[in-house]
Structures are given as C-alpha cells and as structure tokens.
Design a protein around this ligand. Sequence first.
Ligand SMILES: Cc1ncc(COP(=O)(O)O)c(C=O)c1O
Length: 401
Amino acid sequence: MSKLDLEVDFYESANPVWNPALLTIPVPGIRKMVNLAATMEDVIHLSIGQPDIPAPPHVIEAVVEALRAGQTGYTMDAGLPELLEALADYYGERSGRSITAENILITTGATEALYLAITAVSAPGREFIVVDPSFMLYAPLIRMNGGEVREVPTRVENNHQLDPQDVFDAITPNTHAIVLNSPSNPTGTVYPRETIEQIVQEAAYRGIYIISDEVYDHLIYDDIDYASVLSCCSDLDHVMVISSFSKTFSMAGMRIGWMIASQGAIKKLRRYHMFTTTVANTPCQWGGVAALRGDNSFIDEMVATYQKRRDRLIELVALTPQLSGYKPEGAFYMFPSLPEGVNGSNVALRLLRETGVCTIAGDTFGDSCSNALRISYATSITQIERAFERIIPWMEKQDFN
Ligand SMILES: Cc1ncc(COP(=O)(O)O)c(C=O)c1O
C-alpha cells in the first residue's frame, strides 16, 4: 500500500479504535497533491502555502542567542512576558485601542489558537457561519465538536468579496459565531472596512462571537486599507483575533502564533492551552520579540516582492483559456475558476500528471467552488512564468464541454 493510500485509509476508516469525530477531518487535498508530486520529476509548485522568503537574519540570531543563553525551559502559560508586552505594544499601535498582556495568549502557531478558539466554543446545537471557500481547518474543527457549519458562498465574479447581507441572512437563533479570514486563504480577498464593521456590529448586537483569522494581515497590496476586527469592534467581549509570525516574518516552522481576546476569555483559554501544548516554543518566542522590536523594513520589501508576482500572475491567468481570474489584494493566493460544472479536482490532478504543475483543487476549501484551482505565488516570477508556459498550451487543448 502506498503512503498516499495509507493516509486516505486512515481518514476514511471506520475502525472502532478511532473516535468517530476524526471522520469530520477530510482527506487533505493539499497532502494528496503534494504527495503525488513528490513521486514525479520536474514539478513546478504553485501549491505552497508558506513564504519562500527566508526569515529576517536578526530573528534567526535572536533564536540562536536564546538557545545559547539557556532559554530552553517552559515559559509562563500565557507566553513569554517580553513577547506578550511586545505584542500588546504592537497591536495597541496598529489597532488604536488599548491591548494589554492579559488580552493575549501565545500559542503554537495560529493553528493552535484556532484549535483552542473553535473547539472551546463549538458544541451540539450551535451554528457557525463560515465563508465558502475558506481555509480548511475551520469547518472540521467545528464539526468535530458537534457544531454545525452554515456556509456563505463567495463568487469569483465578485472577487470573492463577502456580502454582509449574505452573512446576516445566514444568522439563525442558534448562530454562535462567525469565522472571518481577511486576507483570505484561498482567495487572497481583503474585505473592506465597511464589510468588517457591518458584520462586527451586527454580531455584537446579537451576542454572536467573531473568530477572526488574520495571519495574512501584513500581506496587503496596492496600499489599500487593512481593517482588522480589532479596529472595528467597540470592545473585545465577543471577538477572538488570531494571528502568527508564520507569514509576515516568514517564520512558519518556528510555530509561534497568538490569540487576542477579552481578559476573561484569555484566562479560560490559558487553562485549555496548558492541556493541549503546555506552552509555545521558548527560543522562537524570543525570535518573535526580535521580529516585533527590531527593524521591520523586511515587511515592505516582502510585500513589494509578492505584489510584483501577483501582478504577473494576474496577466498570465488572463492569457489562459478556461480560467477566469480577478485581482486578489492580499495573501499570496489566487483562486481562479474553470467553466461552471468542470471538476477542478480532476483538472488539478491531470494538470499535475500531464504538465508537472501542482495546484490545489477548489473543493479542498469548500463545496461551492469545486470548479476552482488555488494558485499560490509564494514562488519566484521565473517559476510562475515557467508554470504558465506549460499550463496555457495544455488549457488550449482542453474541451471541457
Ligand atoms: C488562513 C490561515 N490561517 C492559519 C494558518 C496557520 O498558520 P500557522 O503557521 O501560524 O499555524 C494558515 C496557514 O497556511 C492559513 O493560511
């Protein structure tokens, strides 16, 4: 049995040894493609969900220094006090509101913060509004704990923008929380301030929680305004804002993220955090202090690099038959559509097998976009151009009707 079969077997198996809740975890579409790509030669990846730019040298130095200085033990449960203070200052300045160390919990990447936030509030009978398509962690974590997902679809024709009215229409008396992610993975869409304000205000009025995943909050192009939920809410009573160093500082493998919420919520989740990962990686938390307190010209350079790649990708998608693109304004993804009714999963698989270009099928991110492909531009312009030298002639030959 191949490694790929084993993975599929694990997730689909009804073997009684496993908690049936594990069945809510889908066969990971990304893994499937990347594992297949690993068996092939000369693959060009447009599939990668992490920065290809190295972490800033002063961050790496700080981690090494921390290790040499013997910073190898546990930190306080909420996180390293120096990092909590640095984050409080940074968010205070960015959001224009007072954030204290007691509003913050340091976690093992944004992934742990999402896990804590969602699993701590999901329960049978509770509904969660999730945009479709969205990052693949949210819905399974909700369902694993008995909650129900109500999907609000977004469309390529509208640049995958979220219409607040669609969110309001999805609210029922059982709605417990709304999950937001701007800029979005997989669409790269950035929601304008009016969208965030309207949703946050309505949610506050109805006592519904907002869980906002803001890991791409610095990857914003064309100098547009970025509206964090933190800058749109009147208090923190019903919001949990989650982010990490993974994307902004190219520190994905260092696994440092955080949650910002009311002091009461943080107090509760600190205990839960102790029962999951205890504390986050200590030397890498020192790397985080260096990232926040040190020179951050790195971010502007990185944003300029991604923006150039995004612009080139928009041109290349426009030249590709069968693909409808748009202008994503953040993160490093585009989510172009194939013609209505075309199975994106088959196309992604054939594209990989027949041209060696690895993309991710739309259905990895929800049911409403099975005719889409996620293209990541966390790779060089040369690689993006080489990939389209293969994609365009291949698409020209396809007759999907
Ligand atoms: C939208 C989104 N949220 C969260 C994460 C996880 O981030 P972290 O590396 O901080 O766990 C990712 C990673 O790809 C992501 O795309």
